[in-house]
Design a protein around this ligand. Structure first.
Ligand SMILES: NC(=O)C1=CN([C@@H]2O[C@H](COP(=O)(O)OP(=O)(O)OC[C@H]3O[C@@H](n4cnc5c(N)ncnc54)[C@H](O)[C@@H]3O)[C@@H](O)[C@H]2O)C=CC1
Ligand SMILES: O=P(O)(O)OC[C@H]1O[C@](O)(CO)[C@@H](O)[C@@H]1O
Length: 380
């Protein structure tokens, strides 16, 4: 039986990527630091994925096991030696932390196994696998890098499925939205995985996804948070916020249509479909989850700043994106470490410093001035 080693046995790991591999006949070895999840994976050897819909579908996921990368390094290295795929859904900021272990595993593997292995990072980040590859290579000598170049392929990917924080922490079953899309960039002939869509150029797919699903979601989360809302679907019931989401996605849409030559009508239909997905009350998705890690989300390549910069450079409107960035700067749930860090940075150094440091935006930039204007208005 073919195997996959998947780093991150969380919501996307269990509810999406791991589940697709299991359904395709793979044994899935999840690697995580959450010992309780690892124990449950090993005890039950399976779990259920349930769709958030009136007529819920329940999928049984079998042929899974778990390893703890902090305490079972040797076992993880063994699993890496024979895996066909190595995947991650762990969060972009964690990739550098798991890279040394993957590097060690690949270095040992290429000495004794000539079979190809495919590495795919499934994160909300442009070029996540390329970045992971860089972190892995930093840990290897020239000779091993040369071996890797023949036997290991790295593919960027875009993952789209809304999986909220699960309501029962004692269960490893996962509630997911019915919709999903997993797009992988390669021209190689690779072993089939059910639900994996292969394209030669990921750029239009990941940008369309990140700057529609994730931008729209972020607008709802940050404006909802400021209005004291708890969930995404409740926030969307607010007519003003609903309109703000539409106006912001019109801005990212204009950029995407121009940049990738998308069909205007088809893109408008795509936006409509995404907003319908956000309305799914069965997900009960919290604004704090969707807005989580605002420093990452305010990064220059992420869902808010990058499309704003791109729109500005293309001579297109960006005022609503600037408002979304301003709202993100006011996101402050006490349990979100990055939100706390962001607020401390704002208090100690001010908004210009934060926009420069976190978003690579400078004082004399028109976008910076537009953000500051909205920031002052939202503070009132
Ligand atoms: N939840 C969602 O709807 C979607 C999430 N994503 C992306 O998928 C990735 C994972 O997100 P979620 O599954 O929602 O997060 P999650 O928090 O549910 O899962 C992350 C898992 O990584 C584990 N982890 C953290 N640090 C670790 C370490 N050093 N070593 C091993 N394991 C570690 C955690 O224990 C957790 O089980 C993120 O990049 C996210 O942006 C992408 C699309 C949808
Ligand atoms: O997972 P991140 O990058 O923190 O952001 C949350 C976003 O990811 C998703 O979970 C799915 O793409 C969306 O719900 C949301 O836009």
């Amino acid at each position: 039986m073919k195997t996959v080693v998947h780093f991150g046995a969380g919501n996307i790991g269990r509810g999406f990527i791991g589940s697709l591999f299991a359904q395709s006949g793979y044994h899935v070895t999840f690697v995580d630091i959450a010992q309780t999840v690892i124990d449950k994976l090993n005890e039950g050897k399976g779990y259920h994925v349930k769709t958030a819909a009136e007529n819920a579908e329940v999928i049984e996921v079998n042929n899974v096991s778990g390893l703890n990368n902090m305490t079972q390094e040797e076992e993880v290295l063994d699993a890496l030696k024979t895996a066909t795929y190595i995947t991650t859904a762990i969060g972009p900021t964690i990739l550098p932390r798991i890279a040394p272990l993957i590097a060690k595993g690949l270095a040992a593997r290429v000495k004794e196994n000539d079979e190809k292995v495919y590495v795919i990072a499934c994160e909300n980040q442009i070029s996540a696998t390329e970045l992971l590859k860089g972190y892995i290579l930093e840990n290897l000598d020239e000779e091993t890098k040369e071996e890797l170049s023949k036997k290991v392929s790295f593919f960027n990917s875009a993952v789209d499925r809304i999986v909220p924080i699960q309501s029962n922490p004692d269960s490893i079953d996962v509630l997911v939205e019915p919709y999903y899309e997993w797009v992988v960039e390669t021209t190689e002939d690779i072993p089939t995985v059910e639900g994996m869509k292969i394209v030669p150029d990921l750029a239009p797919f990941i940008e369309r996804k990140l700057f529609t699903v994730n931008t729209g979601h972020a607008v709802i989360a940050y404006l909802g948070y400021l209005q004291g809302k708890e969930t995404i679907h409740q926030t969307l019931e607010d007519a003003e916020i609903y309109e703000q989401v539409q106006k912001t996605l019109k801005e990212t849409g204009a950029y995407l249509v121009q940049r990738y030559g998308l069909d205007q009508g088809e893109h408008e239909a795509y936006i409509k479909k995404i907003i319908e997905r956000f309305k799914n009350a069965y997900l009960n998705d919290s604004v704090n989850r969707v807005g989580r890690s605002p420093i990452r989300k305010l990064g220059s390549q992420d869902r808010l700043v990058r499309p704003a910069v791109e729109a500005k450079q293309a001579g297109l409107p960006y005022a609503n994106l600037a408002k979304a960035i301003a709202a993100a700067l006011l996101f402050n749930p006490s349990e979100d470490e990055e939100a706390v860090q962001l607020q401390t940075m704002l208090e100690e150094h001010g908004i210009l410093y934060v926009l420069s440091k976190v978003s690579d935006l400078h004082e004399n930039d028109d976008l910076t001035q537009e953000i500051i204007k909205h920031y002052s208005q939202l503070q009132k």
